[in-house]
Write a protein that binds this ligand. Structure first.
Ligand code: PLP
Length: 227
């Protein structure tokens, strides 16, 4: 199948999940995860209407961006090394995976130098998988409070990478926990923190994530094929 058709199929599944959950389909942003795929694949998805693209390496954003339409919104969805921060701020619209205080501080330092405002999500390792980055839920509020003091860094919500499972239903509880935590944080009205974005759900489980409140889903394989 072609990228255009696969993208349309994913969009239909997103819309159907929204309807099942009684949600407005406009409340969910589909991020087409183009990592490892050539610029031509991004161009095809762009022509089929996609505008939000996700990459997990700074280098790939830097390579693809100049060759592609300038109204593309690039999302940095992967683990970000501190020494790459200066290359990506101002290029990505949203950094999804702030997974340490030191990374947030580095973003602050680079953003301050250039007088930029940088929107970020805090990555949460809900299932406490050893192989994954991110804050544990019980440590996240403290981290949010500390990061909220950084004037150029703006927490817009949370992100998680759920465990790899055969049956997406197995991740429903993970998504519910993250949603509930975002509601709890929102209720605390912390300055410089909003919880409008919940980035959760990938090819294997995005419908369940939407049913549980995802506002951004990051879908690669189902749009671009296997990597
Ligand atoms: C690769 C990746 C995705 C997309 O995964 P698929 O299973 O191909 O849809 C989503 N989020 C992150 C952080 C990724 O690295």
């Amino acid at each position: 199948m072609m990228i255009k058709e696969q993208l349309e199929e994913v969009r239909e599944r997103v819309n159907a999940a929204c309807l099942r959950a009684g949600r407005d389909p406009k409340s969910v942003t589909l991020i087409a995860v183009s990592k490892t795929k050539p610029a031509q694949a991004v161009q095809e998805a762009y022509e089929a209407g996609a505008r939000d693209f996700g990459e997990n390496k700074v280098q790939e954003i830097l390579q693809k961006q100049p060759a592609l339409p300038q109204d593309i919104r690039w999302h940095m969805i992967g683990h970000l090394q501190r020494n790459k921060v200066h290359q990506v701020i101002g290029k990505a619209v949203l950094i999804h995976a702030v997974d340490s205080l030191r990374l947030a501080e580095q973003i602050e330092q680079e953003a301050a130098k250039r007088n930029l405002d940088v929107d970020v999500l805090l990555e949460i390792n809900v299932a406490k998988e050893e192989s994954k980055y991110g804050f544990f839920l019980e440590d996240a509020e403290e981290a949010i409070r500390r990061i909220s003091a950084l004037p150029h860094v703006h927490i817009k919500g949370l992100m998680t990478i759920a465990p790899f499972v055969e049956n997406p239903e197995e991740n429903r509880g993970i998504f519910q926990k993250l949603y509930q935590f975002s509601v709890d944080i929102n209720d605390k009205n912390i300055d410089n923190v909003t919880m409008g974005v919940l980035s959760m759900g990938m090819s294997g489980d995005f419908e369940v994530a939407i049913e549980e409140g995802a506002t951004m889903v990051r879908v690669g394989t189902s749009i671009f094929g296997a990597r």
